[in-house]
Design a protein around this ligand. Structure first.
Ligand code: OAD
Length: 262
């Protein structure tokens, strides 16, 4: 069986399939990925723009990066890959998405159980007093937003040196334990602890002595290591092909959801 049919059959027979997504799934929505030639970290080296200590030293400079990311997110529309995952969740084929993305595109097409492992760029938090707020539209913001306590606020997206939000970490752990088939889509698997999730799914446990299956979707090789199927294609193409195979195998058909406004 080739990797495509293997992946379709694993997904179809899974009892608790989960997707782990990264920047690559949103690249076809016009969002830059982080690593690689044209990646955001080339223009905004994280040690200057995206660590907690950089933010504490110079929050205004970090906001140059946050505003650029906000502008990219504001212009982005969910793509076919986001829509297929939402359709699968609605059909019960997929139970949840754990995303490293802070762009909210999964939710905009109706994915309901979404764990924002690296937080969200659509909210702000104040490190000084703990207040939270909605992020202002990036197109209308030129300066770092300030909290009523006077401190510069930070997007509620995780910076390097920051911990993963406790609720997201716990929810991801619960999902990894229940998961018997993990789709790893558009991530270089270079950043811990998200990169440990596939290993946790593969680990044998009493209820699942053979461990869970891992399917990778990525045009490039990554740090993921072992997988049960590796689909080397862009996310929307790979998911469209899998979607067709599953619809053929099950004899059912479904429509893809439309995006709601940002
Ligand atoms: P990366 O930029 O590290 O990796 C993006 C991956 O997407 C690469 O492996 C690409 O090959 C792949 N890719 C590109 N186009 C694709 C497409 N159309 N379909 C599928 N895959 C495609 O991004 P992440 O792995 O998401 O964290 O990065 C993880 C974390 O590192 C981010 O959440 C961010 C960053 O530092 C924080 O800021 C805390």
């Amino acid at each position: 069986m080739d990797d495509w049919n293997q992946a379709a059959s694993l997904l179809r027979s899974a009892r608790f399939a989960v997707a782990l997504t990264g920047a690559g799934i949103s690249s076809e929505s016009g969002l830059d990925t982080f690593r690689g030639g044209g990646g955001l970290w080339k223009k905004f080296p994280p040690e200057r723009y995206a660590t907690l200590s950089a933010f504490r030293r110079n929050p205004e400079r970090c906001w140059e990066f946050f505003l650029e990311l906000g502008r990219l997110i504001e212009r982005a529309e969910p793509n076919r890959a986001h829509r297929i995952l939402a359709a699968w969740e609605a059909r019960g084929l997929l139970k949840a998405v754990i995303t490293q993305n802070v762009d909210g595109l999964h939710q905009r097409v109706g994915s309901r159980r979404v764990v924002e492992f690296h937080g969200s760029h659509r909210r702000l938090e104040c490190l000084a007093c703990g207040a939270g707020a909605e992020a202002p539209a990036a197109g209308e913001t030129r300066e770092a937003p300030r909290c009523s306590c006077g401190a510069v606020m930070k997007p509620a997206a995780v910076l390097f040196e920051e911990a993963i939000p406790a609720r997201a970490l716990e929810e991801a752990q619960r999902l990894s334990e229940a998961c018997d088939c993990l789709l790893v889509i558009g991530t270089s698997a270079a950043v811990v602890p998200a990169s440990h999730i596939p290993g946790a799914v593969r680990a044998p446990r009493p209820a699942r002595p053979g461990g869970g299956a891992v399917i990778e979707i990525n045009p490039e090789k990554t740090f993921l290591g072992a997988s049960d199927a590796a689909l080397r294609a862009p996310a929307s193409e790979a998911l469209s092909r899998l979607d067709s195979l599953i619809q053929e195998e099950t004899g059912q058909s479904w429509n893809l959801p439309k995006a709601s406004p940002a």
